[in-house]
Design a binder for this molecule. Structure first.
Ligand SMILES: [Fe+2]
Length: 276
């Protein structure tokens, strides 16, 4: 298999979901600058889907966002899965990989991303697993700040927890700006102060997404609507403070016409251009 070499990541990207394969294929202008996929949705897929994927990894820079590694779990790391993942990333020429700073399994699988307890023990445990994954993959990985609705056994703040894991594991951060906004409302903190306290040099790319605000005072991170004005404002602030990092729009369901998604990518580029 030919190893693909992809250019540096810049601009505005879009999450590659099966529901977007056809619409993306037909666009002429305003294409995404890069795509992001979840390996779990594509590993071991051959046939027509596999050929379509290959066409995308040959024509776009593609990055990967994992779902099932369960970095914070007390279950053993799935060594076989990591070996398969590595082969998939090499085969598709995917050079960047991220996972959630969370756990999703306890003796099997929970179908949600659970927040880790913000404790020293969880920092050490999770950081050592991130290091193991980086060793096995032979590359640095980025971990993503998740949205959470309860903080069990909390001994430190979320920002201190994230920063401790980043430094102990010596890994990068995928900064999800929507998750910072959602958490800042649900847990009553200042989102700009939070972003300012992160190590800018470790932030490799950003996520933005839509959230639901159906219940008073509680925001739910859904990835099913357009990006909210308050999140655009926080993205602008983020670019002003850390520079115009590559930014991916996550849209997981409830797809509008592709033009609407491309318009959101165009808006990302406008904000980026104001800070380069
Ligand atoms: Fe995200």
């Amino acid at each position: 298999v030919t190893v693909l070499h992809q250019p540096a990541l810049v601009g505005a990207g879009l999450g590659l979901r099966r529901g977007l394969l056809e619409p993306l294929h037909d666009i002429q202008t305003g294409k995404p600058d890069f795509l992001e996929l979840s390996p779990e949705n594509w590993m071991g897929i051959g046939g027509a889907w596999g050929r379509q994927l290959r066409a995308y990894t040959e024509s776009y820079p593609v990055i990967a966002h994992g779902l099932s590694l369960s970095l914070g779990s007390t279950d053993p790391l799935d060594i076989d899965f990591i070996a398969e993942l590595k082969a998939f990333l090499v085969e598709q020429g995917i050079q960047r990989y991220s996972e959630h700073l969370s756990y999703c399994s306890v003796d099997g699988h929970l179908y949600d991303l659970m927040p880790l307890p913000f404790t020293d023990e969880a920092v050490r445990h999770t950081a050592s697993r991130i290091k193991q994954v980086q060793d096995m993959l032979g590359q640095r990985i980025a971990i993503e700040n998740i949205s959470y609705y309860a903080a069990p056994f909390k001994k430190m703040s979320e920002i201190d927890f994230i920063n401790a894991v980043l430094s102990e594991a010596d890994c990068d951060l995928l900064l999800d700006v929507n998750n910072v906004y959602v958490n800042s409302v649900n847990h009553a903190y200042d989102p700009e102060a939070f972003i300012s306290a992160l190590p800018a040099s470790r932030i490799s790319w950003l996520h933005v997404a839509g959230h639901a605000a159906d219940i008073p005072d509680v925001l739910i991170d859904t990835h099913g609507t357009e990006v909210a004005d308050s999140v655009w404002d926080l993205l602008r602030f983020t670019y002003q403070s850390i520079g115009a990092k590559p930014t991916l729009l996550e849209r997981d369901f409830n797809y509008p016409a592709i033009d609407k998604l491309l318009a959101e990518l165009a808006h990302i580029r406008v904000l980026q251009a104001a800070n380069t």
